[in-house]
Design a protein around this ligand. Structure first.
Ligand code: ATP
Ligand code: MG
Length: 320
Protein backbone atom coordinates (compact mmCIF):
# COMPACT_ATOMS: atom_id res chain seq x y z
CA UNK A 1 0.00 0.00 0.00
CA UNK A 2 1.33 3.43 -0.94
CA UNK A 3 2.21 5.62 2.01
CA UNK A 4 -0.28 8.45 2.49
CA UNK A 5 1.54 11.76 2.16
CA UNK A 6 0.66 14.06 5.01
CA UNK A 7 0.19 17.73 4.21
CA UNK A 8 3.06 19.73 5.74
CA UNK A 9 2.17 21.31 9.04
CA UNK A 10 3.12 24.85 9.81
CA UNK A 11 4.96 25.26 13.07
CA UNK A 12 2.74 27.80 14.73
CA UNK A 13 4.36 27.83 18.13
CA UNK A 14 4.70 31.48 19.17
CA UNK A 15 8.46 31.27 19.42
CA UNK A 16 8.75 29.80 15.92
CA UNK A 17 6.57 32.55 14.49
CA UNK A 18 8.70 35.15 16.25
CA UNK A 19 11.91 33.66 14.86
CA UNK A 20 10.39 33.42 11.40
CA UNK A 21 9.59 37.14 11.27
CA UNK A 22 12.82 38.31 12.92
CA UNK A 23 14.73 38.86 9.65
CA UNK A 24 11.85 41.02 8.40
CA UNK A 25 11.89 43.43 11.34
CA UNK A 26 13.41 46.87 10.95
CA UNK A 27 15.29 47.27 14.22
CA UNK A 28 14.58 50.66 15.76
CA UNK A 29 17.29 53.24 15.14
CA UNK A 30 18.96 51.37 12.30
CA UNK A 31 19.65 52.87 8.93
CA UNK A 32 17.79 51.26 6.06
CA UNK A 33 19.00 51.66 2.50
CA UNK A 34 16.72 50.28 -0.18
CA UNK A 35 17.08 48.26 -2.27
CA UNK A 36 20.24 46.83 -0.60
CA UNK A 37 18.96 46.31 2.96
CA UNK A 38 16.10 43.90 2.19
CA UNK A 39 15.81 41.32 -0.59
CA UNK A 40 12.34 41.38 -2.25
CA UNK A 41 12.83 37.74 -3.35
CA UNK A 42 13.69 36.37 0.13
CA UNK A 43 11.71 33.23 0.99
CA UNK A 44 13.30 32.16 4.31
CA UNK A 45 14.37 28.82 2.88
CA UNK A 46 10.88 27.90 1.69
CA UNK A 47 10.93 26.17 -1.65
CA UNK A 48 9.31 28.40 -4.24
CA UNK A 49 8.11 25.33 -6.14
CA UNK A 50 6.34 24.06 -3.06
CA UNK A 51 3.08 25.83 -3.85
CA UNK A 52 0.83 23.34 -2.06
CA UNK A 53 2.99 23.39 1.06
CA UNK A 54 2.87 27.18 1.16
CA UNK A 55 -0.90 27.11 0.81
CA UNK A 56 -1.17 24.70 3.69
CA UNK A 57 1.03 26.87 5.91
CA UNK A 58 -1.09 29.89 5.02
CA UNK A 59 -4.31 27.97 5.70
CA UNK A 60 -3.13 27.07 9.18
CA UNK A 61 -1.89 30.62 9.79
CA UNK A 62 -5.27 32.04 8.76
CA UNK A 63 -7.01 29.61 11.12
CA UNK A 64 -4.79 30.83 13.96
CA UNK A 65 -5.62 34.46 13.15
CA UNK A 66 -9.30 33.68 13.19
CA UNK A 67 -9.09 32.12 16.67
CA UNK A 68 -7.16 35.08 18.05
CA UNK A 69 -9.51 37.58 16.43
CA UNK A 70 -12.45 35.90 18.17
CA UNK A 71 -10.74 36.31 21.53
CA UNK A 72 -9.73 39.90 20.75
CA UNK A 73 -13.38 40.77 20.04
CA UNK A 74 -14.63 38.96 23.15
CA UNK A 75 -12.12 40.69 25.41
CA UNK A 76 -12.88 44.11 23.88
CA UNK A 77 -9.90 45.89 25.44
CA UNK A 78 -7.24 46.11 22.74
CA UNK A 79 -7.36 46.70 19.02
CA UNK A 80 -4.81 45.96 16.37
CA UNK A 81 -3.91 48.46 13.67
CA UNK A 82 -2.17 46.98 10.64
CA UNK A 83 -0.58 49.48 8.26
CA UNK A 84 0.15 48.42 4.69
CA UNK A 85 2.39 50.48 2.45
CA UNK A 86 3.89 49.57 -0.89
CA UNK A 87 4.63 50.56 -4.43
CA UNK A 88 1.92 49.80 -7.01
CA UNK A 89 1.40 46.12 -7.88
CA UNK A 90 3.23 44.92 -4.77
CA UNK A 91 0.12 42.95 -3.83
CA UNK A 92 -1.54 44.88 -1.00
CA UNK A 93 -5.06 43.92 -2.01
CA UNK A 94 -4.26 40.24 -2.53
CA UNK A 95 -2.41 40.07 0.77
CA UNK A 96 -5.37 41.51 2.67
CA UNK A 97 -7.78 39.18 0.87
CA UNK A 98 -5.78 36.03 1.59
CA UNK A 99 -4.55 36.77 5.08
CA UNK A 100 -7.95 37.88 6.34
CA UNK A 101 -9.89 35.22 4.42
CA UNK A 102 -10.76 33.16 7.50
CA UNK A 103 -11.46 35.99 9.90
CA UNK A 104 -14.98 37.01 10.89
CA UNK A 105 -15.70 40.05 8.64
CA UNK A 106 -17.38 41.80 11.58
CA UNK A 107 -14.07 41.85 13.40
CA UNK A 108 -12.04 43.56 10.70
CA UNK A 109 -12.24 47.05 9.19
CA UNK A 110 -10.28 47.74 6.04
CA UNK A 111 -9.78 51.31 4.89
CA UNK A 112 -8.14 52.29 1.61
CA UNK A 113 -6.80 55.81 1.53
CA UNK A 114 -6.72 57.61 -1.80
CA UNK A 115 -5.75 61.17 -2.64
CA UNK A 116 -7.36 63.43 0.00
CA UNK A 117 -10.58 65.38 -0.61
CA UNK A 118 -10.90 69.15 -0.23
CA UNK A 119 -12.48 68.65 3.20
CA UNK A 120 -9.60 66.43 4.28
CA UNK A 121 -7.04 68.91 2.98
CA UNK A 122 -8.65 71.57 5.16
CA UNK A 123 -7.62 69.65 8.28
CA UNK A 124 -4.33 68.68 9.88
CA UNK A 125 -2.63 65.81 8.08
CA UNK A 126 -3.51 63.09 10.61
CA UNK A 127 -7.17 64.02 10.82
CA UNK A 128 -8.63 61.64 8.25
CA UNK A 129 -6.60 58.68 9.58
CA UNK A 130 -7.62 59.38 13.15
CA UNK A 131 -11.29 59.10 12.13
CA UNK A 132 -10.75 55.62 10.72
CA UNK A 133 -8.95 54.02 13.66
CA UNK A 134 -10.38 50.67 14.75
CA UNK A 135 -12.48 50.39 17.85
CA UNK A 136 -11.58 48.11 20.75
CA UNK A 137 -11.77 44.44 19.92
CA UNK A 138 -11.21 45.00 16.21
CA UNK A 139 -8.47 44.59 13.68
CA UNK A 140 -8.14 47.71 11.53
CA UNK A 141 -6.26 47.53 8.29
CA UNK A 142 -5.03 50.69 6.60
CA UNK A 143 -4.45 50.03 2.90
CA UNK A 144 -2.12 53.04 2.54
CA UNK A 145 -2.07 55.35 5.53
CA UNK A 146 -0.67 58.52 7.07
CA UNK A 147 2.70 57.30 5.82
CA UNK A 148 1.63 58.64 2.41
CA UNK A 149 2.17 62.00 4.08
CA UNK A 150 5.91 61.33 4.16
CA UNK A 151 6.01 59.31 0.92
CA UNK A 152 3.90 60.49 -2.03
CA UNK A 153 3.69 63.99 -0.53
CA UNK A 154 7.46 64.10 -0.24
CA UNK A 155 8.08 62.74 -3.73
CA UNK A 156 5.63 65.23 -5.28
CA UNK A 157 6.03 68.71 -3.76
CA UNK A 158 2.96 69.88 -5.72
CA UNK A 159 0.78 67.77 -3.38
CA UNK A 160 2.24 69.59 -0.39
CA UNK A 161 1.14 72.89 -1.85
CA UNK A 162 -2.46 71.69 -1.77
CA UNK A 163 -2.23 70.97 1.98
CA UNK A 164 -2.71 74.69 2.85
CA UNK A 165 0.07 74.67 5.43
CA UNK A 166 1.22 77.88 7.11
CA UNK A 167 4.54 78.88 5.50
CA UNK A 168 6.54 78.46 8.72
CA UNK A 169 5.50 74.77 8.82
CA UNK A 170 7.04 74.04 5.44
CA UNK A 171 10.73 73.48 4.80
CA UNK A 172 13.48 70.90 4.70
CA UNK A 173 12.99 70.07 8.42
CA UNK A 174 9.36 69.16 8.00
CA UNK A 175 9.92 65.47 7.20
CA UNK A 176 11.92 64.93 10.35
CA UNK A 177 9.20 66.76 12.23
CA UNK A 178 6.49 64.60 10.69
CA UNK A 179 8.44 61.45 11.63
CA UNK A 180 8.55 62.68 15.22
CA UNK A 181 4.85 63.55 15.21
CA UNK A 182 3.92 60.17 13.77
CA UNK A 183 6.09 58.34 16.32
CA UNK A 184 4.51 60.35 19.13
CA UNK A 185 1.01 59.74 17.86
CA UNK A 186 1.64 56.01 17.61
CA UNK A 187 3.09 56.09 21.13
CA UNK A 188 -0.08 57.77 22.34
CA UNK A 189 -2.21 55.13 20.60
CA UNK A 190 -0.25 52.23 22.10
CA UNK A 191 -0.68 53.80 25.54
CA UNK A 192 -4.42 53.65 24.92
CA UNK A 193 -5.13 50.08 23.92
CA UNK A 194 -3.77 50.02 20.38
CA UNK A 195 -1.22 47.61 19.09
CA UNK A 196 0.36 48.62 15.80
CA UNK A 197 2.27 46.69 13.16
CA UNK A 198 3.42 48.19 9.92
CA UNK A 199 4.09 46.19 6.79
CA UNK A 200 6.05 47.44 3.84
CA UNK A 201 5.45 45.11 0.91
CA UNK A 202 8.81 45.23 -0.78
CA UNK A 203 8.52 44.48 -4.49
CA UNK A 204 11.49 44.85 -6.85
CA UNK A 205 11.43 47.19 -9.83
CA UNK A 206 11.80 44.22 -12.14
CA UNK A 207 8.88 42.33 -10.65
CA UNK A 208 6.73 45.46 -10.81
CA UNK A 209 7.56 45.68 -14.55
CA UNK A 210 6.48 42.05 -15.02
CA UNK A 211 3.21 42.61 -13.15
CA UNK A 212 2.44 45.79 -15.10
CA UNK A 213 3.01 43.88 -18.34
CA UNK A 214 0.68 41.11 -17.19
CA UNK A 215 -1.94 43.78 -16.42
CA UNK A 216 -1.69 44.99 -20.01
CA UNK A 217 -1.53 41.57 -21.65
CA UNK A 218 -4.33 39.87 -19.72
CA UNK A 219 -7.64 41.63 -20.50
CA UNK A 220 -9.23 40.77 -17.16
CA UNK A 221 -6.35 42.56 -15.43
CA UNK A 222 -6.48 45.72 -17.59
CA UNK A 223 -8.60 47.58 -15.05
CA UNK A 224 -5.85 47.24 -12.46
CA UNK A 225 -3.35 49.41 -14.34
CA UNK A 226 -3.59 53.11 -15.05
CA UNK A 227 -1.20 55.30 -16.98
CA UNK A 228 -0.72 57.16 -13.69
CA UNK A 229 0.81 53.98 -12.21
CA UNK A 230 3.30 53.88 -15.07
CA UNK A 231 4.11 57.55 -14.46
CA UNK A 232 4.72 56.87 -10.74
CA UNK A 233 7.21 54.20 -11.74
CA UNK A 234 9.39 56.98 -13.18
CA UNK A 235 9.89 58.11 -9.57
CA UNK A 236 11.03 54.69 -8.40
CA UNK A 237 14.35 55.86 -6.97
CA UNK A 238 12.77 58.79 -5.14
CA UNK A 239 10.28 56.42 -3.57
CA UNK A 240 13.02 53.98 -2.54
CA UNK A 241 14.77 56.87 -0.83
CA UNK A 242 11.60 58.10 0.84
CA UNK A 243 10.77 54.56 2.03
CA UNK A 244 14.32 54.11 3.32
CA UNK A 245 13.95 57.28 5.36
CA UNK A 246 10.53 56.24 6.69
CA UNK A 247 11.81 52.81 7.74
CA UNK A 248 14.94 54.29 9.35
CA UNK A 249 13.01 56.88 11.35
CA UNK A 250 9.65 55.40 12.27
CA UNK A 251 10.32 51.80 13.26
CA UNK A 252 9.91 51.92 17.03
CA UNK A 253 9.57 49.45 19.89
CA UNK A 254 5.88 50.30 20.06
CA UNK A 255 5.10 50.40 16.33
CA UNK A 256 7.66 48.39 14.39
CA UNK A 257 8.02 48.14 10.63
CA UNK A 258 8.37 44.77 8.95
CA UNK A 259 9.65 44.54 5.40
CA UNK A 260 7.64 41.84 3.67
CA UNK A 261 9.47 40.37 0.67
CA UNK A 262 6.84 40.73 -2.04
CA UNK A 263 8.33 39.32 -5.24
CA UNK A 264 6.80 35.92 -4.43
CA UNK A 265 3.15 36.48 -3.63
CA UNK A 266 2.76 33.18 -1.80
CA UNK A 267 5.61 34.08 0.54
CA UNK A 268 4.39 37.64 1.11
CA UNK A 269 1.07 36.23 2.33
CA UNK A 270 2.68 33.80 4.77
CA UNK A 271 5.00 36.50 6.07
CA UNK A 272 2.19 39.04 6.52
CA UNK A 273 0.03 36.46 8.30
CA UNK A 274 2.95 35.63 10.60
CA UNK A 275 3.56 39.27 11.56
CA UNK A 276 -0.12 39.83 12.33
CA UNK A 277 -0.31 36.54 14.25
CA UNK A 278 2.73 37.53 16.28
CA UNK A 279 1.10 40.83 17.25
CA UNK A 280 -2.08 39.03 18.34
CA UNK A 281 -0.11 36.45 20.28
CA UNK A 282 1.63 39.30 22.12
CA UNK A 283 -1.76 40.75 23.07
CA UNK A 284 -2.83 37.27 24.18
CA UNK A 285 -6.52 38.20 24.42
CA UNK A 286 -8.61 36.09 26.79
CA UNK A 287 -12.31 35.29 26.81
CA UNK A 288 -13.86 37.17 29.72
CA UNK A 289 -14.68 34.88 32.65
CA UNK A 290 -18.13 35.30 34.05
CA UNK A 291 -18.18 35.22 37.85
CA UNK A 292 -20.31 36.20 40.86
CA UNK A 293 -23.85 37.40 40.30
CA UNK A 294 -23.60 37.13 36.50
CA UNK A 295 -22.53 33.48 36.77
CA UNK A 296 -25.33 32.76 39.25
CA UNK A 297 -27.74 34.39 36.80
CA UNK A 298 -26.59 32.07 34.01
CA UNK A 299 -27.11 29.04 36.28
CA UNK A 300 -30.64 30.22 37.01
CA UNK A 301 -31.37 30.58 33.27
CA UNK A 302 -29.99 27.08 32.74
CA UNK A 303 -32.34 25.70 35.40
CA UNK A 304 -35.34 27.40 33.77
CA UNK A 305 -34.41 26.11 30.29
CA UNK A 306 -34.10 22.57 31.64
CA UNK A 307 -37.42 22.60 33.45
CA UNK A 308 -39.02 24.02 30.30
CA UNK A 309 -37.72 21.00 28.37
CA UNK A 310 -39.08 18.64 31.05
CA UNK A 311 -42.52 20.26 30.89
CA UNK A 312 -42.41 19.93 27.09
CA UNK A 313 -41.63 16.19 27.32
CA UNK A 314 -44.49 15.60 29.81
CA UNK A 315 -46.93 17.43 27.51
CA UNK A 316 -46.00 15.40 24.44
CA UNK A 317 -46.26 12.14 26.46
CA UNK A 318 -49.83 13.11 27.52
CA UNK A 319 -50.80 13.94 23.93
CA UNK A 320 -49.51 10.54 22.76
P1 ATP B 1 -5.21 49.86 -6.40
O1 ATP B 1 -4.47 50.55 -7.51
O2 ATP B 1 -4.73 48.48 -6.12
O3 ATP B 1 -6.69 49.98 -6.49
P2 ATP B 1 -4.14 51.93 -4.79
O4 ATP B 1 -3.90 51.99 -3.31
O5 ATP B 1 -2.93 52.07 -5.66
O6 ATP B 1 -4.87 50.60 -5.04
P3 ATP B 1 -5.21 54.08 -6.30
O7 ATP B 1 -6.54 54.71 -6.35
O8 ATP B 1 -4.59 53.53 -7.53
O9 ATP B 1 -5.23 52.99 -5.15
O10 ATP B 1 -4.16 55.12 -5.73
C1 ATP B 1 -4.37 55.86 -4.63
C2 ATP B 1 -3.49 57.07 -4.78
O11 ATP B 1 -3.75 57.98 -3.73
C3 ATP B 1 -2.03 56.71 -4.74
O12 ATP B 1 -1.35 57.25 -5.84
C4 ATP B 1 -1.57 57.37 -3.46
O13 ATP B 1 -0.23 57.79 -3.52
C5 ATP B 1 -2.53 58.51 -3.33
N1 ATP B 1 -2.61 58.99 -1.96
C6 ATP B 1 -2.91 58.29 -0.86
N2 ATP B 1 -2.81 59.07 0.23
C7 ATP B 1 -2.44 60.29 -0.20
C8 ATP B 1 -2.19 61.52 0.43
N3 ATP B 1 -2.28 61.65 1.73
N4 ATP B 1 -1.86 62.56 -0.33
C9 ATP B 1 -1.77 62.43 -1.66
N5 ATP B 1 -2.00 61.31 -2.33
C10 ATP B 1 -2.33 60.25 -1.61
MG1 MG C 1 -3.02 52.05 -7.80
Amino acid sequence: MAAVQEAPRADLRPKRIRNFIKPLLVKPNTKVRLPQSFDPAFTAGFNSEDGVGAQEVLRQGVQLLSEYQDRLAAQNKYCLLVILQAMDAAGKDGTIRHVMSGVNPQGVDVHSFKAPSTEELDHDYLWRYNRRLPERGKIGIFNRSYYEEVLVVRVHPAILEREQLPPEDVGPDMWRRRFREINNWERYLTDNGFRIVKLFLNVSKDEQRRRFLARIDEPEKNWKLSTADAQEREYWDDYQQAFSDVLSNTSTEWAPWYVIPADRKWFARIAAAAVIADALIAIDPQYPTVTGAARAGLKEVRRQLQSEAQRGRKRSKKAA
